[in-house]
Design a protein around this ligand. Structure first.
Ligand code: PEP
Ligand code: MG
Length: 876
């Protein structure tokens, strides 16, 4: 028979996967001989079994839970439901990774109409006993049966009013009995049955509620954002109650061994005398700082401090502890490695190394790579955030916190910014013409678009907070307002965005700038010692490149050359090129474009000081580049010497039903070879000139996008070679250069061996590869993916976290085929996945040479690459 339930004394810290973090730690503390109210843990496997059995707890699991209750009764010398001295328990969830969003604690379980009398007798405090029962009914109804709290709150408020009581504590035992009777009536009315009197029924309902909470919407969102697999399940901890609300020698509190927001070494926490855990959290009474306990109960304080130190030494990490003092006796209710801000995480990590507690390897493995975002972008001030009201949430497209006045067009955003306002740009979706408004904005919110949409990619590159794809928004850009969650937000109203969580808040929530301390450099230095995977950046401007190099980029893995024309003075020129009818007109338009491009290439080569740069040839999805605004069309008509109607007709002609699969990528160069010719001239001249001027060892890497066939690549490559050789001859240069391709069409992955005959390197474009493997439009998937998460078909956004099962197989296969045909072929990834830690680990495993990601994610990728190397036992 499988074992589903473990008494605390049967477990230990190594059983975390089975017992969850809380259960494993309670077991470990029991083994250490610490004062822990005893109990048992229903394992995570029992949770998985519950789901596999069609959301049912099997007889076998239930039998083991009841056996554990019997043993607990034995240990505590009390009985469940006893009329003299009943055993009462708390029930809490506890998964492998600490996971907010799951079920809250249930306290005082085991009380019923009869045991409450026993409890009153035993404690000699009827008021306390009936208050505990009242709280239990309320908590059970709310948390387990999902009844609204308001029913109970209004009964309690009414009772207080009738009795002239100001506080709950002014109600007498008889008043509370009255409240309980009313609670039970409303319970029966709403639930259609009596409040359960059998403690075993209460317990089983609570266990089921914990299991159910594993799959509640908040928990699913949290798992998706933190890469926690759905099949881990949660454990349930059942623990004998101790009471912090038994008078002036009782109390309860929470404390950290170091400050969780700054990392400062020293006890940090608070407690309340004569209170239960929920009172500390509810904030009705103001807790005392933990140091005050030294005055109130010096012996307890000393014991507490000694145990806290012991726990930190034992776990070799900052601990977050809950404790209760019952009539002068101290109990620890739980300990865990404390959650901390990113600045605190790096401070604590460095301190622990300096204190000789942990090694740099352990530091690297422990820090959550994604949390580094907090160090590089503004965050909300904690107090201000507490008061913030969430009015919606969507995709966390680009991290950081932003607050500002809403504007609906790029021009207005820019004007407001120039007038000194902080601005949030809200758009149905963004396009290149919004670039200046995006630059001016603190944050960007879009109604449409996924994690690789224009808004997401561009905002991430700039380091601007962005929440994308909020389909619940009803927007009227003309009338300048949007509606969300019953709120109407007009131009000039404040909203706040958290691009790391996807939350949208009403009002102006104060933010604070990130600060990078010397510790950051130390940790990055350690990461670089261990990693084998190189980290490049996706950058298209000299400024972004410089920023990325500062953050540790070892080259540019993707320069999207069409992005070099996003600026207001450049976009008309690329439009002119796109709208040209003849090759002469196109060449004339290109002649205007190329000087900009060459100048930027030169500036980027200079910033890179010899580090490699992969230049990806033009790949403009037409819907992003064809003008849509009347003003732009008029200006373009003027510039091209055409009528507005002619330009509109031309735009209509270019209209594509599916531009992402349309006339883009190398298809443009196949149709209009002059584009590839001009771009080759720009790259080669820039490289040769900077090499000569600065002495850097530059080897241009020219990358052809959207290739699906070897012949297609060869066609473009021949054009590139012809022009490159011509430029070399003109300049008398013997510069080397490489021509490679993106692998971003499934056919290219399938035929990667053939393509490797022509390609000197591959860069996996996992944005398009995901789009085309799933058949999900990059720009539209956000609309329906939520339904997939809810139905548990997919757990995460395949545009954010590489789908290793499907798309990853294509990547791995193509890498193997490429290497077989061309040993030593350089392999990298440049899709947005390159900055996602789980994808970085995958890239390490399949032996890619580098990942390339947006500038601000470079440190994350460096850390994730080191973690991957350490996990694989392959650190340098
Ligand atoms: C990709 O498709 O993964 C890629 C990097 O190219 P883009 O996002 O520009 O299509
Ligand atoms: Mg692509």
């Amino acid at each position: 028979m499988a074992k589903w339930v473990y008494l605390f004394k049967e477990g230990n810290a190594s059983l975390r996967n089975l017992l969850g973090g809380k259960g494993a730690n309670l077991a470990e503390m029991t083994n250490l001989g610490l004062p822990i109210p005893q109990g048992f843990t229903v394992s995570t496997e029992a949770c998985t079994d519950y789901y596999n059995a069609g959301k049912r707890i099997t007889e076998e699991v239930q039998g083991q839970i009841f056996d554990a209750i019997s043993e607990l009764e034995e240990i505590q010398g009390k009985k469940f439901g006893d009329t003299e001295d009943p055993l009462l328990v708390s029930v809490r969830s506890g998964s492998r990774a600490s996971m907010p969003g799951m079920m809250d604690t249930i306290l005082n379980l085991g009380l019923n109409d009869i045991s409450v009398e026993g409890f009153a007798k035993k404690t000699g405090n009827p008021r306390f006993a009936y208050d505990s029962y009242r709280r239990f009914i309320q908590m059970f109804s709310d948390v387990v049966m999902e009844m609204s709290k308001t029913f109970f709150e209004s009964i309690l408020d009414k009772e207080k009013e009738e009795k002239g009581a100001k506080y709950d504590t002014d109600l007498t035992a008889d008043d509370l009995k009255d409240v309980i009777a009313k609670y039970k009536v409303i319970y029966k009315e709403k639930m259609g049955e009596e409040f359960p009197q059998d403690p075993k029924t209460q317990l089983m309902e609570a266990v089921k509620a914990v299991f159910r909470s594993w799959d509640n919407p908040r928990a699913i969102v949290y798992r998706r954002m933190n890469d926690i697999p759905g099949d881990w399940g949660t454990a349930v901890n059942v623990q004998a109650m101790v009471f912090g609300n038994m008078g002036e020698t009782s109390g309860t509190g929470v404390a950290f061994t170091r400050n969780p927001s700054t990392g400062e070494n020293g006890i940090y926490g608070e407690y309340l005398i004569n209170a239960q855990g929920e009172d500390v959290v509810a904030g009705i009474r103001t807790p005392q700082p933990i140091t005050k306990l030294q005055e109130d109960m010096p012996e307890c304080y000393e014991e507490f401090m000694a145990i806290a130190k012991r726990l930190e030494d034992h776990y070799r990490d900052m601990q977050d502890m809950e404790f209760t003092i019952q009539e002068g006796k101290l109990y620890f209710l739980q300990t865990r490695s404390g959650k901390r801000t990113a600045p605190a995480a790096i401070q604590i990590a460095c301190d622990l190394v300096d204190e000789g507690m942990i090694t740099p390897e352990e530091v690297i493995s422990r820090i959550d790579a994604k949390s580094l975002d907090q160090l590089l972008h503004p965050t909300f001030k904690a107090d201000a955030l507490k008061a913030g009201k969430v009015i919606g949430s969507a995709l966390p497209a680009s991290p950081g916190a932003a607050a500002g006045k809403v504007y609906f067009t790029a021009d207005e955003a820019k004007a407001a910014h120039e007038a000194g306002a902080r601005v949030v740009l809200v758009r149905l979706e963004t396009s290149p013409e919004d670039i200046e408004g995006m630059h001016a904005a603190e944050g960007i919110l879009t109604v449409r678009g996924g994690m690789t949409s224009h808004a997401a990619v561009v905002a991430r590159g700039m380091g601007t907070a962005c929440v994308s794809g909020c389909g619940e928004i009803k927007i009227d850009e003309e009338a300048k307002y949007f509606e969300l969650d019953g709120n109407t937000i007009k131009e000039g109203d404040y909203i706040s965005l958290d691009g790391s969580t996807g939350n949208i808040y009403l009002g102006d929530i104060a933010t604070e700038e990130s600060k990078i301390s010397g510790n950051f450099g130390r940790i990055m230095g350690w990461a670089d010692q261990f990693r084998t995977l190189k980290v490049r950046t996706n950058a298209d401007t000299p400024a972004d490149t410089a920023n990325a190099v500062k953050l540790g980029a070892e080259g540019v893995g993707l320069c999207r050359t069409e992005h070099m024309f996003f600026d207001a003075d450049r976009i008309p020129k690329i439009r002119k090129m796109i709208l040209s009818d003849t090759s002469e007109a196109r060449e004339a338009a290109l002649n205007e474009l190329i000087p900009f491009q060459k100048a930027d290439f030169k500036a980027m080569y200079e910033v890179l000081e010899g580090k490699p740069m992969t230049v990806r040839y033009l790949d403009p999805p037409l819907h992003e580049f064809v003008p849509t605004e009347e003003d732009d069309i008029v200006a373009l008509a003027k510039d091209m010497g055409l009528t507005v109607e002619a330009v509109k007709a031309k735009c209509d002609e270019l209209h594509e039903f599916n531009p992402m699969m349309g006339h883009r990528g190398c298809r443009l160069a196949v149709t209009y070879p002059e584009i590839a010719k001009m771009q080759t001239r720009a790259v080669m001249e820039a490289a040769i000139e900077v090499k000569a001027e600065k002495g850097f060892d530059i080897v241009p890497e020219i990358m052809i996008p959207l290739v699906g066939d070897k012949k297609e690549l060869k066609f473009v490559k021949d054009i590139v070679i012809e022009v490159a050789e011509k430029v070399k001859a003109e300049k008398g240069s013997d510069i080397e250069y490489h021509i490679g391709t993106m692998i971003e069409i499934p056919r290219a992955a399938l035929l990667a061996d053939e393509i490797a005959e022509e390609a000197e390197f591959f860069s996996f474009g996992t944005n398009d590869l995901t789009q085309m493997t799933f058949g999900f439009s990059r720009d539209d998937a956000g609309k329906f993916l939520d339904a997939y998460y809810k139905s548990k078909i997919y757990e995460s956004d395949p545009f954010a976290r590489l789908d290793q099962n499907g798309v990853g197989k294509l990547v791995q296969m193509a890498a193997e085929k490429g290497r077989a045909k061309r040993p030593g072929i350089k392999l990298g990834i440049c899709g947005e996945h390159g900055g996602d830690p789980s994808t970085v680990e995958f890239c390490h495993k399949i032996g890619l040479n580098y990942v390339s990601c947006s500038p601000f994610r470079v440190p994350i990728a460096r850390l994730a690459a080191a973690q991957a190397a350490l996990a694989a036992g392959a650190a340098k």
